[in-house]
Design a protein around this ligand. Structure first.
Ligand code: NDP
Length: 346
């Protein structure tokens, strides 16, 4: 069957496309330029007959995806701005919401009867809220109200992270709302995938360090010593290949329909797998046999991240029960990511 992947040139999306192709799906990817489409064609040249791209310039324009959705069996919507430099919250919130509602509108108006499922790449940003005291285990039942309140109260003065989190939360809400409002006209279902910080080897074209995707910037700065590795809890993480696998698994799992899935390398009982500090990342780089390529990576204060309180925990039982998920361990994720980044000439 044929899958439309929006934002196919993105860090996570390229891995999704790769996994879909490897699993026998045909893929149509939307990109913002011919140049990006050509990079994908080159990357996936062994799958020539299974892969095509279509240029969708501005996804915020009404009807942007009308052509793209024609004849596909599944839509996986990943395109959304992910950066921390929005001044006006609307600069990031509007395109996120409009991109999401536009793909759903196009699916409703031009999707064919073969369309069975729309998957939206949401985020744990739509779920988590700051926990100042103690710990909380978040699940798919939770919604981030905090960032929305921050935007309402502080507007441009809210932190960039809350602007991004609000954009993801509002876009995901818009998707579920669209399903509710149009329930009598829709024959497909909706699934959302909610990852935390995503690491992994980037496959997209990166012309300079400035264009490195957002979730690898601090990672890169840490392993190159540009940023001091704090032992404090930073957040949760998952390997990009697990996020890609989730996008394949939800297509072959009937009961995934109508569900949100937290895809996070978290073991609630073994806290150290998912909640991480940058010191944990350094420890993971230097774990096991030493490798020449890691010789320049700082060591920090080994082990000092192990005892810091991880206050935001994720319940991943749904992904494990329904999708039979097994998550990549931190050593593999971190080493593969670091190797890929350190072997480049910027
Ligand atoms: P990237 O920045 O690499 O990917 C973002 C994708 O969205 C790119 O394809 C980009 O196109 C496209 N895009 C951004 N803004 C627009 C716009 N206004 N119109 C059309 N397309 C647009 O980051 P990621 O791969 O990390 O992010 C992909 C998705 O995953 C996003 O929805 C993000 O919110 C979500 N996510 C990411 C996490 C992470 O840690 N990486 C964690 C949780 C969720 P182009 O290539 O042309 O710039």
């Amino acid at each position: 069957s044929k899958v439309l992947v929006t934002g196919a040139s993105g860090f996570i999306a390229i891995w999704i496309v790769k996994y879909l192709l490897q699993n026998g799906f045909s893929v149509r990817g939307t990109v913002r330029s011919i140049e990006k489409g050509k990079h994908l064609q080159e990357l996936f040249k062994e799958y020539r007959s299974q892969f095509e791209y279509i240029v969708v310039g501005d996804m915020a324009v009404d009807g942007a995806f009308d052509e793209a959705v024609k004849g596909v069996d599944v839509i996986e919507h990943t395109a959304s701005p992910f950066h921390f430099h929005a001044e006006d919250p609307d600069d990031i919130i509007k395109p996120a919401i409009q991109g999401t509602t536009n793909i759903l509108e196009s699916a409703l108006n031009y999707g064919t009867t073969s369309l069975k499922r729309v998957v939206v790449l949401a985020s744990t940003a739509c779920i988590i809220e700051p926990i100042l005291e103690g710990q909380k285990v978040f699940s798919e039942k939770d919604w981030n109200r905090f960032s929305l309140k921050e935007i309402e109260e502080k507007g441009r003065g809210a932190t960039a992270a809350h602007k991004y989190r609000a954009s993801k939360t509002l876009a995901e809400k818009a998707a579920w709302n669209f399903m509710k409002i149009n329930a009598d006209k829709i024959s497909w279902d909706l699934v959302t995938i909610q990852p935390p910080f995503v690491w992994g080897p980037p496959l997209q074209a990166i012309s300079s360090l400035n264009s490195l995707n957002t979730s690898l910037v601090d990672f890169y700065n840490t392993i190159t010593g540009k940023m001091e590795a704090s032992p404090a809890h930073i957040g949760n993480w998952v390997d990009v290949r697990d996020v890609a696998e989730a996008h394949v698994k939800v297509l072959t799992t009937e009961e995934a329909g109508g569900e949100r899935f937290i895809i996070c390398a978290c073991e609630v009982l073994r806290h150290h797998l998912a909640p991480f500090s940058w010191q944990d990342v350094l420890d993971a780089v230097h774990s096991g046999p030493s490798e020449e390529i890691f010789s320049t990576v700082p060591r920090g204060v080994p082990g000092s991240g192990k005892n810091t309180l991880h206050n935001v925990l994720m319940d991943t039982s749904k992904a494990k029960d329904i999708l039979k998920f097994k998550f990549t361990e931190i050593e593999k994720a971190v080493k593969d990511t670091a190797k890929s980044l350190l072997s480049r000439q910027w």
